[in-house]
Ligand binder design. Structure first.
Ligand SMILES: NC(=O)c1ccc[n+]([C@@H]2O[C@H](COP(=O)([O-])OP(=O)(O)OC[C@H]3O[C@@H](n4cnc5c(N)ncnc54)[C@H](O)[C@@H]3O)[C@@H](O)[C@H]2O)c1
Length: 313
């Protein structure tokens, strides 16, 4: 059995706890809030801790998932990797690229897995879109247009929308185009929050390939869509319903597919990478690249100029 400890059992971490229990891989839970520790350790019959160091020293774990606020990720992940544990960090992996580089070094030194919660790669609709791209069924992919809009979650206070939400679409754009962007241009602002709460981002890839990302915490309803324009058709994706619509000259095809929980697929991949002693689909380098691009988005937003990312490939 692969035993994973979850640190941070709040709004999102409680889902890690539930899913790892279903995968028979929940080893322990940890939260600085003792009421949560009590509730989840009782419910899932696993040891509970209010102190991360204590969990690391007392439990024989194979890995941890870190589901605490973004600004705590670096300190906690450094500890778990240094203790020789495979480590899954929720997005954003770190709040700065400097921290991301250090974390990758620690993971390399300890020869342990470092992976990041870019969950949309496990969304069945995105898996299907990726296979349409790889098979060349609609010709070359030219444009991606993402919309990720909703009211702000009141638990996220330590980072703005770019590092909290746009990072999902930044990663998905890199994954679908199969390369790093050459440049970033962004307009970023704030209407309802202290930190930025809307961003319009343009990522330029090779050969004029482009991704447009609109992210805001202003739209009252939940919108999570992607339109992918190919030489010979368009694929529309709804991340929430997992539906894809494939539009071509001769009509529209809507494939039927079983809805699957992306978190289940994501954590199963972490557990199986540990068991098989292999690199996971998403690595620390992905975490670094996305944080670097998010930093460029914020820099472009402040300066009003494009930021060239030479050398990031
Ligand atoms: N992949 C996704 O779709 C997705 C969705 C939501 C949140 N997230 C990510 O999950 C992380 C947590 O977000 P959330 O919404 O659950 O936040 P939250 O505030 O609801 O929960 C965070 C929990 O961490 C605990 N905590 C904080 N510091 C701790 C420490 N040092 N030791 C032990 N416990 C500690 C808090 O007590 C709290 O229970 C963030 O990185 C967020 O970006 C990812």
């Amino acid at each position: 059995m692969v035993r994973i400890g979850v640190v941070g059992t709040g709004g999102w971490g409680k889902n890690h706890v539930r899913v790892l229990n279903e995968l028979d891989s929940l080893g322990a839970v940890c939260d600085m809030d003792s009421s949560k520790v009590e509730m989840y350790s009782k419910k899932y019959r696993v040891p509970g801790y209010t102190n991360f160091d204590e969990m690391l020293s007392k439990e024989e774990l194979d890995g941890v998932t870190i589901c605490t606020p973004a600004t705590t990720h670096f300190a906690l992940a450094s500890k778990s990797l240094s203790a020789g544990l495979n480590t899954f960090v929720e997005k954003p992996m770190t709040v700065s690229s400097e921290e991301a580089r250090k974390l990758i070094q620690i993971a390399n030194d300890s020869k342990k897995i470092l992976t990041v919660g870019f969950i949309e790669r496990f969304n069945p609709a995105i898996t299907e879109l990726k296979s349409i791209i790889d098979q060349g069924r609609l010709g070359d992919l030219i444009l991606l247009e993402f919309h990720r809009e909703n009211r702000r979650s009141n638990t996220i206070t330590d980072v703005g929308i770019v590092k909290d939400a746009s990072v999902h679409d930044i990663d998905t754009a890199r994954w679908l185009f199969g390369e790093e962007p050459d440049f970033v241009f962004a307009r970023v602002g704030s209407v309802k929050s202290e930190r930025e709460d809307f961003a319009a981002i343009l990522l330029g890839f090779s050969g004029e390939k482009t991704a447009f990302l609109t992210t805001n915490w202003v739209t009252p309803n939940r919108v999570r869509t992607l339109s992918a324009v190919f030489e010979n058709g368009v694929v529309e994706v709804d991340f929430v319903t997992q539906q894809t619509k494939i539009h071509q000259q001769d009509g529209t095809h809507i494939p039927t597919r079983q809805v699957q929980e992306p978190l289940m697929l994501e954590l199963r991949e972490f557990v199986s990478a540990i068991r098989d002693k292999r690199q996971p689909l998403i690595t620390g380098r992905d975490g670094l690249m996305v944080t670097q691009i998010a930093e460029a988005v914020l820099a472009s937003g402040s300066s009003g100029t494009p930021i060239f990312l030479g050398g990031s490939r």
